[in-house]
Design a protein around this ligand. Sequence first.
Ligand code: FAD
Ligand code: NAP
Length: 549
Amino acid sequence: MISDKTQTTHLDAVIVGAGFAGMYMLHKLRNLGFSVRVLEAAHDVGGTWYWNRYPGARCDVPSMEYSYSFSDELQQEWNWTEVMAGQPEILEYAAEVADRFALRSDIQFDTKVSDVIYDEVSNHWRLTTDKGESIKARFCIMATGCLSVPNIPTIEGAANFKGAIYHTGEWPHEGVDFTGVTVGIIGTGSSGVQAIPLIAEQAQQLTVFQRTPNYTMPAHNKPLTNEFRRDAKSNYAEIRQRQRESQAGIVSYGFGLGGAETAKPTDSIMRTTKQQRMVLVDKKGFRAIHQFMDIDSDMNANEMACDMYREQLGRIVEEPKTAEGLMPRDYPIGCKRPVIDSNYYQTFNRSNVTLVDLRQGGIEKITQTGIRTAQGHFEFDALIYATGFDAMTGALLRMNIRGRDGVVLSDTWQAGPRTYLGLQISGFPNLFTITGPGSPSVLSNMMVSIEQHVDWIGNCISHMKQNHLQTIEATEQAVEQWIDHVNEVADGTMLTAPSCNSWYLGANIPGKPRIFMPYVGGVGAYREKCKEVANNNYEGFEFSGFGDH
Ligand code: FAD
Ligand code: NAP
């Protein structure tokens, strides 16, 4: 690493973000012998798990699988305590990784990157931080996260609210004690669904403002036994291999601890009678719908499954008006990110919880003391936004990223993100995105997708070093073809149904182009494609320049 008189630091690579992606990328590049530094806005490692400290925050992928596989010592020595770990435990794990691999010495915390400018003459990226520093590097790797920019909707009067205001994605580190406090919460996505049951237990009164009810399945989380951990650890090599070959990076090994793994749906719901479906609901509750394969491809089949879902919901929630208010309608099951919960619907049977179904009259304004809706005014002391994120592109587009010829990323992506394999953008040489739009990313167990991208990028940069190559850049033609493919595989699935307003489509952010961003083709198939591209001398990418790094 060199610093010149203008205090510019020169590096082989700079990584933005110290979540699981940035941490592993740092470890990888350091081991390959590159000089590298990570710039991170937070005060410590962990990314998602550093910021999202709301009550109930936890992963919904079994932790034995939502964890790094790159170090066998790590996976053998770390002991997860629950099937799906809570945020504090996942953050402890991130800290353990940082300690074990001595990562912090190359991470600059409390540093937000504002500008990322490509200098064509010197073939360097110059990054400017909110500290006024300037860092030059041959390679720039964006590990800025897909869900790292909280979305606070613009609601009239929001600044007038006199009480405390929180966002689930920026939760105070010291925690919040809601004892004796009346609370209003906007949003019933995964974050709201996790937080609501726990806040309800503590708060004097909780008012839930729900614009769109979600389909949520019981998590059935439980402690892990020593026996299970031993068994899974002795099978880790096979579990990891199967994850990498799977559709979503999850094999649900021994989920439920009974040893039974997730079965593939095989039956057709269209061939069942209403009576048969109700018997299934009696026997299996919400799980009854998992056995049907046609609900992902046939809208009529899907609607039958939604009926079964609403039937079960109506059996849990005692007050018929509240049950009706919680029932999702008008969009298919499976179009949004799956939500799982612990006692979500049961929480609405509590006397201190009120549901405001905004479909019966929306929010008009936020007042000094609460929220005015078309159904009346609701007062509370504290307001929580569980309103999600500017997903997938938010963190990238908040920086001033300029590529070749000074082209600004926000212009290149005006009609939606355009990448090759979710790894690179044409016109932005030597800049990589980990789990970028156009890759399986948020449709998968992110740890599996992160590791795959980091390994691929590491191998690519090593290949360039060995062959004295100066730049790598995706061709416009490769981007075009890849995007066509990404759209083709998403079309016709529930994920792109016209009635679906998901953040996968950017539909949660007013004005954001409606484009399906992640790649539905599956982790296994995508991995093969990336391997094939690399084996074919990085087909679809162009290298240029010879010289030393
Ligand atoms: P992040 O963890 O988001 O890290 C990105 C980092 O970049 C952040 O620390 C941020 O501060 C930093 N950064 C961004 N912009 C800048 C900038 N301009 N300058 C400096 N630093 C910057 N995925 C799953 O697979 N399973 C789950 O169960 C799961 N649960 C989740 C629960 C919650 C509450 C949320 C919000 C997400 C969840 N996810 C889950 C997705 C999760 O984001 C990923 O699993 C994973 O943690 C992402 O890691 P990352 O390093 O790519 O990004
Ligand atoms: P989200 O899924 O986008 O949900 C946001 C909620 O806020 C929705 O109910 C949305 O309603 C509502 N909302 C937004 N703007 C509103 C407005 N102006 N008025 C009223 N309601 C408004 O966000 P999230 O719950 O934070 O989850 C985001 C993603 O993070 C998840 O999908 C998942 O990938 C990840 N996550 C995972 C877990 C986990 O269990 N592992 C937990 C939390 C988060 P509409 O639906 O009508 O837009």
